[in-house]
Design a protein around this ligand. Structure first.
Ligand code: FAQ
Length: 315
């Protein structure tokens, strides 16, 4: 039995190394299934909770055009959540259970969505930095080894790049606007920069899941590699805006061909992911309330599906 399992594992590894996609009905190691359920469900929750900070500004967007664009973006995030919850279901977990884990506070979602959106400039900073970081991380996930996740990510990435542009365009308007508008843009950058770097997760030597995820090609690049790529790409964008990244250690390193940057406050990160960030309670309360208020819709949809099934049987 042990030999048989070892052989299956070796065959699985060869299959993944050969750049083949693993599909729901294929044999997969239990740890592979569990890692995927963990990562994809956390990702789905992040998309859904991620709607909240931005939705806060829909009614206060400065123009009709901005309002329409923000509405479309927030709706896209809901769609991403749905593709990802469906991808989790292909791994044999009921959607109700996945959502229950979020509402009970058991499941994680991205640290970034536990920070408040204080001004309109935060909507620009989220699009530019948060969606920018999400894309940096998710482009590699389009090539992840699990088929349903990889396919969902292709569509998600296309939409995220539109989100990133809308955010950067808001930042351009503010940064090239009045001194007050530029100060708002700078303030938003000051508050969102470090939390955006934390989105990539702990540094590689403190990332317990990375080794196996990289071996099985769930993740293709490490947390630190992706963080560095994001910084290298974003610094020139901040320079174009005439804004200053709030890191006195930020400096181009000719030898490395990358920007050096200052230390990340990991204590803050662990505090936020253990439920004690500035908005954790508010975010979960909002999701619980929405879930409760949507109960009648779920019940009506389930009753309709039952009725249709009975009609089909009778026909
Ligand atoms: N926040 O061993 P690792 C978006 C946890 S979507 C909270 O390195 P892993 C779109 C991690 O789960 C943003 N927890 O873990 C949008 C693990 O905990 P566990 C979400 C974090 O999985 C934009 C522990 O720390 N994107 O923004 C975070 O190998 C605007 C140890 O970490 C994804 O989910 C964090 N930042 O690597 C929506 C992408 N980082 O489960 C609305 C997919 C780490 O062992 C508006 N996910 N943790 O208890 C991934 O690529 C990976 O899961 C990482 C973490 C890279 C996030």
């Amino acid at each position: 039995m042990i030999n048989e399992e070892k052989e299956m594992l070796e065959r699985f590894q060869q299959y993944v190394d050969g750049e083949n996609k693993v599909e729901p009905k294929d044999w997969m190691p239990e740890a592979y299934r569990k890692t995927l359920i963990r990562q994809i469900s956390q990702h789905a929750h992040s998309e859904v909770v991620g709607m909240l900070p931005e939705a806060n500004w829909i009614t206060r967007a400065p123009s009709l055009r901005r309002k329409i664009t923000l509405l479309a973006k927030v709706q896209d995030e809901a769609g991403h959540g749905l593709y990802l919850y469906s991808a989790v279901e292909t791994l044999g977990v009921k959607r109700e259970k996945t959502i229950e884990d979020l509402l009970s506070g058991k499941a994680k979602y991205s640290s970034i969505f536990n920070y408040p959106t204080l001004t309109w400039a935060d909507i620009g900073a989220i699009g530019w930095l948060v969606d920018g970081a999400a894309i940096a991380n998710q482009v590699m996930l389009c090539r992840t080894s699990y088929g349903p996740y990889a396919r969902a990510m292709v569509r998600i990435c296309k939409e995220e790049s539109f989100h990133q542009r809308q955010g950067y365009e808001i930042m351009m308007t503010l940064a090239f606007g009045t001194p007050e508008q530029k100060a708002m843009a700078q303030d938003a950058l000051n508050r969102w920069w470090w939390p955006s770097l934390m989105m990539f997760g702990p540094s590689d030597d403190n990332s317990p899941n990375s080794a196996l995820s990289m071996k099985w090609k769930i993740k293709r690049k490490s947390n630190d590699e992706l963080r560095q790529e994001f910084i290298d790409k974003t610094v020139p964008q901040a320079e174009y805006l005439g804004l200053t990244i709030p890191d006195p250690h930020l400096k181009w390193n000719e030898e490395r061909g990358h920007y050096d940057f200052g230390p990340i406050e990991w204590e803050e990160f662990y505090n936020v992911i253990s439920g004690n960030g500035p908005c954790n309670k508010q975010r979960l309360d909002a999701r619980r309330k929405a879930h409760e208020e949507g109960r009648w819709v779920r019940e009506a949809a389930a009753a309709f599906a039952r009725k249709r099934a009975m009609e089909m049987q009778e026909a």
